[in-house]
Ligand binder design. Structure first.
Ligand code: G6P
Ligand code: MG
Length: 216
């Protein structure tokens, strides 16, 4: 059995519930273009970069845009999203998230953030969790989006731990696939139906313990 030495956390939907804000902002954009998409389709956007998310959404609406127009639309969505998250407070940390990250640190494990979001730092500052991570790998530091394992491999490297000694916490299908592709253990945050590929599925970090971590 491999000993776990580091925990790598996705941000949106794992530490904070910003997945809801992403959904709202994308939905408004789609509606302004004259179509809508379902919550089920939204699952495919979780963990996926801003640019790729827009491509998927435009595809669902059967809308074609030039790359210049796409840039304008992506900026429009981000402006709206940033306005939503600019009011975030520490009370928006998901139940048990801060406590579990702290418990990992107290147990001598390394902690890293692995998120596709270019707004990660702003969110961590708003919720007061910057100092709880030994490394922060965000959308500004990666070139390949999940399900590519780059974000987590960089996180493992930054904290000096081998991939097989890492556990990834993720709410996105693409994120679980990234963990698997990187040779890491994974814990899905959400429903078993969606994240069944993970080694363990829990509804939130409030359900996670060091005992469950060691049993992975
Ligand atoms: C996370 C979210 C995605 C989002 C991506 C980029 O992975 O789960 O929904 O599209 O980050 O976020 P950003 O804040 O850079 O637009
Ligand atoms: Mg997520």
């Amino acid at each position: 059995m491999t000993t776990i030495k580091a925990c790598l956390f996705d941000l949106d939907g794992v530490i904070v519930d910003t997945a809801v804000y992403h959904y709202k902002a994308w939905k408004q954009l789609a509606n302004s273009l004259g179509f809508d998409f379902t919550e089920h389709q939204n699952e495919q956007l979780k963990g996926v970069s801003r640019v790729r998310s827009l491509e998927l959404i435009l595809g669902w609406g059967g809308v074609t845009k030039t790359s210049e127009e796409q840039e304008v639309l992506a900026t429009q969505k981000n402006t709206q999203y940033v306005e939503m998250i600019s009011h975030m407070k520490p009370d928006e940390i998901l139940p048990g998230a801060k406590e579990f990250v702290q418990a990992c640190r107290d147990a001598g494990l390394k902690t890293a953030l692995g998120s596709a979001s270019k707004n990660s730092m702003m969110i961590l500052e708003k919720i007061g969790m910057v100092d709880l991570f030994d490394a922060i790998i965000d959308g500004n530091k990666v070139s390949k989006a999940k399900p590519d394992p780059e974000v987590f491999l960089k996180g493992a490297e930054a904290v000096g731990v081998l991939p097989e000694e890492c556990v990834v916490f993720e709410d996105a299908i693409a994120g679980i696939e990234a963990a698997i592709a990187g040779g890491m253990k994974s814990v899905g945050i959400g429903s078993h139906d969606l994240l069944g590929e993970a080694d363990l599925v829990i509804s939130g970090l409030h359900e996670m313990t060091l005992e469950k971590l060691r049993a992975l």
